[in-house]
Design a protein around this ligand. Structure first.
Ligand SMILES: Nc1c(C(=O)O)ncn1[C@@H]1O[C@H](COP(=O)(O)O)[C@@H](O)[C@H]1O
Length: 160
């Protein structure tokens, strides 16, 4: 099946990134979590990005706040799909700093950017990518979506 790498610029991002980890574990997808910072650990970033695809990863979810260069730099080094999670860190300019630095990638180096603090959707998107070639995971994604539909129908019933 292959595993998903969940990396973040600082341990302070973990409360946000935990949503991605929880979703992936719920789909029984193997997750490996690490702290990698483009600014503070550039050698580790280079090594991670260069070797992720030969180390068994299929998708990388990268979250960072502020001047969030981590997802884009990983995308520049790796042939794997990279999902970027803009994190609203404590000194942020309302989160816009990380949103724009992850979203506005130059042509040729895509990062699939989710909403601010949107790690849950990053986890679901990674599961969908894995599910595109793994029928067990695909079945779980279908069941998850069915669950969403049922919840809406149930909540609508409450209004009647
Ligand atoms: N944006 C980056 C990168 C990077 O892009 O490589 N490394 C750390 N950071 C971010 O700095 C914020 C504050 O980090 P600290 O809480 O450690 O001071 C975090 O949101 C982290 O993602």
């Amino acid at each position: 099946m292959g595993k998903v790498g969940v990396i973040m610029g600082s341990k302070s991002d973990l409360p946000v990134m935990q949503d991605a980890i929880d979703i992936l574990k719920g789909f029984d997808i193997e997750v490996e979590v690490d702290i990698v910072s483009a600014h503070r650990t550039p050698e580790k970033l280079f090594d991670y990005g260069k070797h992720a695809h030969t180390n068994g990863f299929k998708v990388i979810i990268a979250g960072a706040g502020g001047a969030a260069h981590l997802p884009g730099m990983i995308a520049s080094l790796s042939p794997l799909p990279v999902i970027g999670v803009p994190v609203k860190s404590s000194n942020s300019i309302d989160g816009w700093d990380s949103v724009l630095s992850i979203l506005q990638m130059p042509g040729g180096v895509p990062v699939a950017t989710v909403a601010l603090n949107g790690a849950k959707n990053a986890g679901i998107l990674a599961a969908q990518i894995i599910g595109s070639h793994d029928s067990c995971v695909l079945d779980k994604v279908v069941a998850y979506k069915e669950g969403l539909k049922l919840k809406v129908h149930e909540s609508a019933k409450d209004l009647k």
